[in-house]
Write a protein that binds this ligand. Structure first.
Ligand code: SER
Length: 621
C-alpha cells in the first residue's frame, strides 16, 4: 500500500481519471442550490443531477472527475466511535451516458492495485442481488454483468457477494431522480470474521468499504416507481478520509494526518496527555476526572463537529447560521455538541474560533473559502458558543442547587420532574443532567423524565389552542407555530413560484419567521398575495399535522423533503401536513394548522445574490 496524504490522494485520483479522458471539474458548495430534497450536499451527484438525467449536456463533456465536500448528519449521535464522520470529501469519476460497467470496474481495479498499491487478495466486492420475479412488475435482475467483470479481473466468486437493495442500490439523492445498482469495494483488514454471517457491510470492522461504483440505469419517478432512465451513467465515490486511513494503517480516521493538527490543537487546549500505557488523561489543574474512553470520545466529537461546522459556515454560498430550523438547526446542534464535549474536556470558553482557525489552515490550499470567510465564521462560532455557555452555566447552577437539596434530605435520586424542569425551563441538555448526576453520585429517574416530556407535549397541544385566543403563549409555543407556518410557506412558494424556490435558510424568533429561498428577482405583489392566500387557506382548512418515525429511505419514497441525506436508513421524524407538505424535520410542530390563526408576509427583500428573504408573522384570528 502507498502511504498517501489526502493531498497526494486527491491529486493521484484526479490525474488518473484525467489520463482516462475525464475533465477535472470543481466540486460544488456543501449547501445545495437547486435541490429542495436535502439540506446539505450529501454526495457528488446532487449538483450533477440535470446532466445525469440528460436534461442538458455538461459543458466539460461526458467524462468528469471531481472532489466533493459532503455533509451527512443522519448519524450524528454515532460520532465519537472510530469511523463516523459528519463531514467528508468524496472523490468521484462520472460517465454521462458514456462508458459503463466494464470501464468503471476495470479502472477502479487498476487504480486500487497500481496507484494505491492494494493487493487484489485484499479486495472483496459486492454486487446487486436483484429483486422481484422475471416478467412481474418491479423486477430488476441481479447484476451478473458486474460480477463477471470482477471475475475477469481475477476476483474469485467467493469474494463477490450478492446483496439486496439496502446494501447495493444507490440513490436517488433526493426524492426522485437517477439511481441504480452499485458495486462496492471493500478492503479486508485480515481480522477474523466476527461470526459465520460476517461479510462486507458487517459493522464489526473486518471489511472497510472504500469505493462505490453506481450504475445509474433507472429513474425514480414521482410515484415512487423505478423506470429505465434510457441512459447509462456511472457515479463513483471514494471517501478521502477512510482511504487515507486504510493506506496509512492508522487505527481510525482521527489518527490520520488529516486530523493530526486538529487533534493536537484540542489536546493542547484541554491538556490531554498520553500516559505510559497509552491511555489518555486530561492533565490540568482542576480538570474533571475523565477516564480514557471519555477523553477519546470527547476529542473526536469536538474534532468532527468543528470541522463540519467550519465548512458549513465558510461555504461560499453562505446563508446557513446557527438557528432553530432546518440546516440552521443542524449547524447549531453541531456547534453545541462540540461546546458541550469541549467543556467536558475542561477546555476554556472561546475555543471554537481557535479550532476553526486550525481547520482553515489545514485546508486553505484546497478550499480557499475557508480563509476568505474565516473572520465571519469565527464571529458566528463565538456568538453561538457564548449563548450556549450562558445556558449551560445557568443549568449547572440550578443542578448544583438541586443536588445540594437532595443531599440535605438524604436522597439519592433526581426525580423525572426536576430533570425535566432543568431541560425545559433552563434549556439544560438531559445528557448533562445524567453526566453531572453520575459525578455527584446521584441517579436520575429517566422514565420519569420521558413521562414528563410526553405529558408536556400533550399539554402544550391542548392548551395552545386556548392560550392563543388569550394571547398568552410562552415563547416556545409561538416558535412552534411559526415553525409549522414555515413549512406551509415553503410549500406555498413551491406552488406559486415553482420547484426552484428552494429553502436556503430559516430563522425563527418569538416575533416572526424568516425564510430565505433561491429566487432570482423580487416577487411581484401578486405572487406575495397568492402565497399569503394559500397559507391562510391551509390554516383555515384545519389540517392535522402528523408525525411518524421512519427511515430516510422510506420518507423519501413517500415523497418527503429531506433534511439529512443518508443512505444508511437512519431513524428520522417525518412531519406531514395533509396533502400540503411532507418534510423530514426535527419538529416540534402544532397538531393542527388551525392553531396558527392567520398568516401575514411583512417583508419580501433581497438576502444575497439570487436569494430572497421573507419575513412573516402569525396572528390571532
Ligand atoms: N453516490 C455514491 C455514494 O455516495 C457514489 O458516489 O456512495
Amino acid at each position: 500500500m502507498k502511504n498517501l496524504t489526502a493531498d497526494e490522494l486527491r491529486e493521484t485520483y484526479l490525474k488518473f481519471f484525467e489520463s482516462k479522458g475525464h475533465a477535472i471539474i470543481s466540486g460544488a458548495s456543501v449547501i445545495p442550490e437547486n435541490d429542495p430534497t436535502v439540506l446539505f450536499t450529501t454526495a457528488g451527484m446532487h449538483p450533477l443531477v440535470p446532466y445525469l438525467m440528460g436534461e442538458m449536456p455538461h459543458p466539460a463533456g461526458t467524462r468528469l472527475t471531481d472532489v466533493q465536500k459532503c455533509v451527512r448528519t443522519g448519524d450524528i449521535d454515532a460520532v465519537g466511535d472510530s469511523a463516523h464522520l459528519t463531514f467528508f470529501e468524496m472523490l468521484g469519476n462520472w460517465s454521462l451516458n458514456d462508458y459503463f460497467k466494464k470501464e468503471a470496474i476495470s479502472w477502479s481495479f487498476e487504480f486500487l492495485t497500481t496507484k494505491l498499491g492494494f493487493s487484489p487478495d485484499q479486495l472483496s466486492v459486492t454486487v446487486f442481488a436483484g429483486e422481484g420475479k422475471e416478467g412481474e412488475d418491479g423486477y430488476i435482475p441481479a447484476d451478473e454483468e458486474a460480477a463477471a467483470i470482477w471475475r475477469g479481473l481475477g476476483i474469485p466468486d467467493s469474494r463477490i457477494y450478492r446483496l439486496p437493495r439496502e446494501d447495493n442500490w444507490w440513490g436517488p439523492a433526493g426524492t426522485t431522480g437517477p439511481c441504480g445498482p452499485d458495486t462496492e469495494m471493500f478492503i479486508d483488514t485480515g481480522r477474523p470474521k466476527c461470526s459465520d454471517g460476517c461479510r462486507p457491510g458487517c459493522p464489526c470492522g473486518k471489511y472497510i468499504e472504500i469505493w462505490n461504483d453506481v450504475f445509474m440505469q433507472y429513474n425514480k419517478n414521482a410515484e415512487g416507481r423505478y423506470e429505465p432512465l434510457g441512459r447509462h451513467n456511472v457515479d463513483t465515490g471514494m471517501g478521502v478520509e477512510r482511504t487515507v486511513c486504510m493506506l496509512s494503517g492508522a487505527p481510525t480516521v482521527y489518527d490520520t494526518e488529516i486530523f493530526a493538527p486538529i487533534m493536537a490543537a484540542i489536546d493542547e487546549l484541554a491538556g490531554v496527555k498520553r500516559v505510559e500505557n497509552g491511555e489518555l488523561r486530561v492533565e490540568r489543574e482542576g480538570a474533571a476526572t475523565l477516564n480514557s474512553a471519555d477523553v477519546l470520545k470527547a476529542r473526536r466529537i469536538v474534532a468532527d463537529h468543528m470541522r463540519t461546522a467550519t465548512f458549513i459556515l465558510c461555504d461560499p454560498k453562505g446563508g446557513v447560521k446557527p438557528g432553530n430550523v432546518g440546516a440552521n438547526y443542524v449547524l447549531r446542534r453541531l456547534i453545541r455538541r462540540a461546546v458541550r464535549y469541549g467543556r467536558q474536556l475542561g477546555i476554556a470558553p472561546g475555543f471554537t474560533p481557535k479550532l476553526a482557525e486550525v481547520i482553515a489552515q489545514k485546508y486553505a490550499h484546497v478550499y480557499p473559502e475557508l480563509v476568505a470567510n474565516l473572520a465571519q465564521c469565527k464571529a458566528d462560532l463565538e456568538a453561538e458558543e457564548n449563548r450556549f455557555n450562558q445556558t449551560l452555566d445557568k443549568g449547572e447552577a440550578m443542578f448544583n442547587k438541586v443536588a445540594e437539596q437532595l443531599k440535605l434530605h438524604g436522597q439519592t435520586q433526581i426525580s423525572g420532574k426536576t430533570a425535566f424542569k432543568l431541560y425545559d425551563t433552563f434549556g439544560f441538555p438531559f445528557e448533562m443532567t445524567l453526566e453531572m448526576a453520575d459525578k455527584a453520585g446521584l441517579s436520575v429517574d429517566k422514565d420519569g423524565f420521558d413521562e414528563a416530556n410526553r405529558k408536556h407535549q400533550e399539554l402544550s397541544r391542548t392548551t395552545s389552542a386556548g392560550a392563543f385566543k388569550a394571547g398568552l403563549q410562552d415563547n416556545s409555543e409561538v416558535v412552534t407555530r411559526l415553525h409549522t407556518a414555515t413549512h406551509l410557506l415553503h410549500a406555498a412558494l413551491h406552488k406559486v413560484l415553482g420547484p426552484t424556490a428552494n429553502q436556503k435558510g430559516s430563522n425563527i424568533t418569538a416575533e416572526r419567521l424568516r425564510f430565505d429561498f433561491t429566487w432570482p428577482e423580487k416577487m411581484t405583489d401578486q405572487q406575495i398575495a397568492e402565497t399569503e392566500k394559500l397559507v391562510n387557506e391551509w390554516i383555515a382548512r384545519g389540517i392535522d399535522v402528523t408525525k411518524k418515525v421512519t427511515t430516510v429511505e422510506d420518507a423519501k419514497a413517500e415523497g418527503a423533503m429531506a433534511l439529512f441525506g443518508s443512505k444508511y436508513g437512519d431513524q428520522v421524524t417525518l412531519y406531514t401536513i395533509g396533502d400540503v407538505s411532507k418534510e423530514i424535520c426535527c419538529g416540534p410542530h402544532v397538531a393542527n394548522t388551525k392553531e396558527l390563526g392567520s398568516f401575514k408576509i411583512q417583508k419580501e427583500q433581497s438576502s444575497s445574490a439570487g436569494v430572497r428573504r421573507i419575513k412573516a408573522v402569525i396572528g390571532n384570528m
